[in-house]
Design a protein around this ligand. Structure first.
Ligand code: NAI
Length: 211
């Protein structure tokens, strides 16, 4: 199946399925019906079946899904069986929080380098990884098989840094800076704005109060 034809909405729901299936696996559950998964995840069983039908169904009707198989298939679709080396650019509050979050490594995202422009941070270590000056970034990316750059810097710096990253043939940018990056199409960019989530929460609060 050509995964390019699958909607971003479906792809966007896969990580949540993956998390729930991981929890089921950890609790020793081997099979689950779409109805039970639906109750657990609070989405309709038909939504689950429709989502999984995009990838050939994954299970037998009436017999339920094999949790381990489904977990592994979703991991394959999301590319989680591959390891990806990453660098964090910006060792401030957010960069440090991400660097210290061990769970990314469990998913195969390995923090290899951390970079910052502030001389006071250079040499400081986060999980034994030293913060390096920006002058080292280009060479480090080229010689350490880095796929992903995480940008946790203000927007002005992000635009310039993206230009450097393009020169280094980076494959993907996880962009936390509040700016849309102008990079070639073959570089995968995922923008993260926590405030979008907060605004959705605010909308939910408004709806609740209008009831
Ligand atoms: P911070 O001020 O604690 O850290 C920013 C770090 O980036 C500093 O260490 C600074 O020296 C470094 N830096 C600045 N320009 C740089 C450059 N050109 N090259 C390399 N390093 C550079 O800020 P914090 O709280 O860590 O946030 C970082 C950025 O992420 C901010 O611009 C903020 O707007 C943004 N942000 C985005 C969020 C999101 O959901 N997308 C959430 C929180 C922050």
């Amino acid at each position: 199946m050509d995964e390019k034809t699958i909607s971003q909405a479906v792809i966007g729901r896969l990580p949540r399925y993956y998390r729930y299936l991981g929890d089921l696996k950890d609790s020793g559950i081997e099979r689950i019906s779409s109805q039970d998964l639906s109750k657990l995840m609070k989405v309709t069983a038909s939504q689950i079946r429709q989502d999984f039908n995009n990838f050939g169904g994954f299970g037998q009707q009436g017999y339920g899904y094999n949790v381990d198989y489904l977990y592994n298939e979703i991991a394959k679709i999301l590319g989680l069986h591959n390891k990806h080396n990453l660098v964090i650019v910006g060792a401030g509050n957010l960069g440090q929080a991400l660097a210290n979050y061990m769970n990314f490594e469990r998913r195969g995202f390995i923090v290899k380098g951390i970079f910052d422009i502030n001389p006071n941070l250079i040499g400081k270590t986060l999980r034994q990884i030293p913060v390096q000056p920006m002058e080292n970034l280009e060479e480090f990316i080229k010689s350490n098989n880095i796929d992903i750059a995480v940008l946790t810097i203000p927007k002005d710096g992000a635009v310039k840094t993206a230009e450097i990253l393009v020169k280094c043939n980076i494959k993907a940018i996880w962009n936390f800076a509040h700016v849309d990056l102008n990079v070639p199409d073959d570089i995968v960019v995922e923008n993260v704005h926590l405030s979008d989530s907060l605004m959705k929460l605010s909308y939910g609060l408004g709806q609740r109060e209008n009831k």
